[in-house]
Ligand binder design. Structure first.
Ligand code: SF4
Length: 339
């Protein structure tokens, strides 16, 4: 099926399946054959980390623009094959904080559960692009072990669903899991880190909204949006459904060379998110994952950008510039954000 034929699929599972396309299909659909995008594209990079882009996201990429900020996030590029000192397969050393399959326990009071290795989109800068998902499936008995761990550790009050994308999981499975968590008395908050409401907005189904609404836990969804162009009316509708299910919606972004490395882009992102009812939460500098060095922005430049942004927006639209440093008890904030 051609990308053109898939613009309005019936449901999110169909759209998830239709996210796979070849570099040639992508370039032809976007009228980019013979441009610099075709020159930088690399099937060897796609063999290492496949090209995945769902139809709802594809239609937001401008045709004929090789520098489109959404395109740059998904196009497998030859630059990914270069090796750079300090860039590794596991930049956050998560395998050292992985006491049970599917459970990452790095920070006091909260654990991260890897619900699914699947994503609807493959972001070329993803710090988990080399994560051993096959060893971290949470099916059957392993889920019972996770529940036992959470029940025993009364110091844990927040569970974070992560991935891959945790919302690549079915509504029925999510409902069962959330009910199991509801039954552990010391848990207070469920946080879901996801890019799916942005890249396939119709993932936010009524069934999922009802499951969230029914849970006794505080619910927080942290979206991953890097550019204002990623937010269209369908995304706004998905966010509204989430908010109507008693869920706080925040955003985290990654600062990426060529994508959002300007005050104008960051300001537009904060303002667009706020208009949709979302507060900007974190702006992360790039994690040093092998294959993503061409997206990097030095810390000094990142700090200057955020300081300039601070002069243009009210405090509630200023994301916290941060880096995750392995072994630290929390994220590390960068810069004083002083004007
Ligand atoms: S959606 Fe998230 S986990 Fe999946 S590739 Fe993108 S950044 Fe990585």
């Amino acid at each position: 099926m051609t990308p053109q034929a898939t613009l309005y699929p019936a449901n999110w599972q169909t759209e998830l399946r239709q996210s796979q396309l070849s570099i040639q299909q992508l370039l032809e659909h976007l009228e980019l054959t013979g441009t610099s995008a075709a020159v930088s594209a690399s099937s060897a990079a796609a063999n290492q980390f496949p090209l995945l882009v769902p139809p709802a996201y594809l239609k937001r990429i401008r045709k004929g623009d090789p520098n489109d900020p959404l395109l740059l996030q998904v196009l497998p590029a030859a630059a990914e094959l270069e090796s750079h000192p300090g860039y590794t397969q596991d930049p956050l050393e998560e395998e050292a904080s992985n006491p049970l399959p599917g459970l990452i326990h790095k920070y006091h009071g909260r654990v991260l559960l890897v619900l699914s290795g699947a994503c609807a989109i493959n972001c070329r800068y993803c710090f988990r692009r080399h994560f051993p998902y096959a060893d971290n499936q949470l099916g059957g008995e392993k889920w019972q072990h996770v529940l036992a761990y959470l029940t025993e550790r009364t110091d844990i009050n927040e569970v974070i669903f992560s991935g891959g994308d945790p919302l690549a999981t079915s509504d029925a499975r999510l409902e069962r899991m959330i009910k199991d968590l509801d039954a552990i008395p010391h848990l207070q908050t469920l946080r879901i880190h996801t890019r799916l409401p942005v890249v396939i907005p119709n993932r936010i189904t009524e069934a999922l909204a009802n499951t969230l609404k029914a849970s006794r836990l505080n619910k927080v969804v942290v979206l991953h949006t890097n550019h204002a162009q990623e937010v269209d009316d369908q995304v706004v509708a998905a966010i509204t459904t989430l908010k109507n299910s008693n869920t706080t919606v925040l955003n985290q972004a990654v600062l990426l060379r060529g994508v959002n490395d300007s005050v104008e882009a960051l300001k537009a992102l904060s303002q667009t998110l706020f208009s949709a009812g979302v507060l900007p939460y974190y702006l992360f500098v790039l994690d040093a994952v092998a294959g993503a060095a061409h997206f990097d922005i030095p810390d000094s430049e990142a700090i200057q950008l955020v300081q300039a942004l601070q002069r243009e927006v009210p405090g509630y639209l200023l994301p916290r510039l941060a880096r995750e440093i392995p072994g630290r008890p929390s994220k590390t904030l960068l810069g004083a954000h002083t004007p």
